[in-house]
Every structure is written in C-alpha cells, then in structure tokens.
Design a protein around this ligand. Sequence first.
Ligand SMILES: Nc1ncnc2c1ncn2[C@@H]1O[C@H](COP(=O)(O)OP(=O)(O)OP(=O)(O)O)[C@@H](O)[C@H]1O
Length: 275
Amino acid sequence: MGAIELKDVTFAYPNGYIANENLHLTIESGERVAIVGQNGAGKTTAVKLMNGLNKPTKGDVLVNGINTKENTTARISAQVGYVFQNPDDQIFNSNVKKEIEYMLHYLKLDKKEIDRRVNRAVELTGIRDYLEMNPYDVPYSTRKFISVAAILAIETPYIILDEPTAGQDLNGIKTLTTLMDVLRDEGKSVITITHDMEFVADNFSRVVAMANKRIIADGTAREIFWNQEVVKQAKIKKTQIAELANELGVGSDVLYRNELVELLTNKVLSVEKSS
Ligand SMILES: Nc1ncnc2c1ncn2[C@@H]1O[C@H](COP(=O)(O)OP(=O)(O)OP(=O)(O)O)[C@@H](O)[C@H]1O
C-alpha cells in the first residue's frame, strides 16, 4: 500500500509569492479526500505538488515513496492523474479521441490496450458521441468530461479532480457520482477540490480544510461541517441540510436528509405524546 505524503511543504511561485506554508498531509492509496476552503487558500497549488507539476520550495512530497523533487513530472503523473479545473488549460489536441489517446501513446502501450482504455474512459464519462469532434466544438460542460476521460485512461492509482461539479447540470453530477462509485470499487484514490459541499457530503468521508495557505483541519465531513471555527475561517458553505438543521436548532451534527427527517419526526412524536 502506498501513499501521497506532504512533509512540511512550503511552495513559492517564481514571482516569490508563497501559496502554501508548512503542509503536512498523508493520503493513503485508496482513500478519498475532499479539499475545501476559501478562494485563493492554496488548494490548487497543493494538489499540483502531489502530481509533480509544482515542486516544493521547502520540505518533501513523496508519491509511493518516490520524491517528486528527484523525478520528472511525467514520471509522477503516471501515478497521480490531475484533471485541471479549467479543461481549456489541459486540452491541446484537435480531436477528442486523440486527446484521450495522447498519454497512452507516450506510455508506449499497444493498440489493443489503448482501445480498451479509451473505451472504458469514454463509457465512464458519457462522451462517445463526441469522439471524432474537435474538443473546442463541444459545450464547456462536456469538454470537462473530455479532460476527465484523458486522465482516467492513464489508469493512475491516484486521481485528482479540481472543481469537477462546476458548470455541471444534474446529468453531469449523476455521471460524476457513478464515476466516483466505479473508482471506489476499483480501490482508486480520489482527491477532489470543490466548493460543492453536497458533493463532498455524498462522496467523501475525509475532508481537509484550507485557509490562508495552510491546512487548518482534517477530519470527517461531519466534523468539518459542524466545526463553526473551521467553517468561518475556511469560508465553507455548509450543506443545505446542515444549514436547515442549524436554523431549526435541531441536532448539532446533522448532515443528511434522512437524519434531519428522523430528528424532526421524533420531535413531533414527543410533542404529541406530551400533549
Ligand atoms: N502562477 C502563479 N504565480 C503567482 N501566484 C499564483 C500563481 N498561481 C496562483 N497564484 C496565487 O496563489 C494563491 C493560491 O492559489 P490557488 O489557485 O492554489 O488557490 P485555490 O485555493 O485553489 O483557489 P480557488 O478556489 O479560487 O481555485 C492565490 O493567491 C493565487 O493568486
């Protein structure tokens, strides 16, 4: 069993701006972790450290024991796939199929294996109808799935999704949820940056909260969403159900609809009993 380990990592951009300070984090292989926090907290910078796109200014990042500082981004990316927040920063081929196949040719896989991986990635992301099109001729929300498919096809043990639900409608969210289930069954690690707390509560048990370049909390979704200090500092918007429970003053750790329904039902029953 491997892990991604950030050991006291600080990162400064070439202009000198320090975007991450003293990060300590271990993500075991197979784990699913959501990274949440205010805009500019340093989330994207941190995940780019995990796949070698950023190399630490101080400290070390290890991927399955391999130090990212001593290896090329290409080698680290074969372990940790990163789907960019904006697909237009990632996609550069003039044809969807070519975009998905690009890394597979780089990895020198044979045609049969390339076809298998492309088919699987296309199936999981629902983009088969677009295979022969120019990625820039398809809607933005579909283009996001092209960037997901290109990374899925590499079949890395760790996959990072940066804001996957942004711009997706109900169908897109459904496709993502099914994809999350498949990746869970395959034992893959998924690390997600998101501002969508419903998506977090439904798909991630571990949540890392960032604020002002640092990790300020690391716990279960329930622990993070009901820690008022963390919610305030990281500027997290709670789930609607947690907000509602808070406003109604029922329960101090409600996260899911069924929990709220049960609490309210019990309250009604106890009022009926006592009257
Ligand atoms: N190439 C760069 N050069 C200098 N500063 C940068 C660069 N890229 C990002 N930054 C700065 O680093 C800080 C952290 O950015 P980052 O993208 O990691 O934040 P984030 O938490 O992912 O934000 P968001 O939720 O808005 O995507 C921001 O202040 C940003 O302006």
